[in-house]
Design a protein around this ligand. Structure first.
Ligand SMILES: [Zn+2]
Length: 165
């Protein structure tokens, strides 16, 4: 009965591996990945979308959150963004933003592929670019700007920027 034992062992292993994989996907990944682009979430940049259905969607940066809002009209009840200076969550419309600084909340998905003659070149669309950081306090945003570059945008200006990119 050795063959049968080996077979049962293999099936058992497959079931355990499968269950582990699904548990990982179900319980580990969602807490740590952007609900919009799939990137890893870091506390200082994370945003939260509170949906009208009662669901919560965490994103890697304010840009992803605002993209989701613009592409799912009427589904988002409110958006919270992380104050870059303290990490605390504040209402998106109360924040001042720094766009295009040298601090990128999200690493680009992939390096631009090398261009080869005769090969069609695809532009990779990256919704996290240019980087967008939120600040509760405009003075803190200006201090950050002096050190890291970029431009200060109001919430209204950010909405326009996200519409275009
Ligand atoms: Zn994202």
């Amino acid at each position: 009965m050795r063959v049968r034992d080996v077979f049962i062992g293999a099936v058992f292993l497959a079931v355990v591996a499968g269950a582990t994989y699904f548990a990982y996907r179900r319980f580990v990944l969602p807490g740590n990945q952007c609900g919009v682009c799939g990137r890893e979430i870091h506390a200082g940049h994370a945003s939260v979308l509170l949906l009208r259905t009662g669901k919560r969607l965490e994103t890697c940066c304010p840009r992803c959150a605002l993209h989701h809002d613009q592409h799912h009209a009427g589904q988002v009840a409110s958006i919270l963004v992380a104050d870059h200076a303290t990490g605390e969550k504040i209402r998106a419309q109360d924040a001042v933003y720094v766009e295009g600084s040298d601090e990128m909340p999200c690493m680009p998905m992939s390096a631009t592929p090398p261009r080869e003659p005769g090969v069609e070149y695809k532009v990779a669309y990256d919704r996290c670019v240019p980087g967008l950081l939120a600040f509760r306090d405009e003075a803190a945003a200006r201090r950050f700007l002096a050190a890291h570059g970029g431009r200060i945008l109001s919430y209204g200006q950010v909405l326009e920027s996200v519409k275009q990119r």
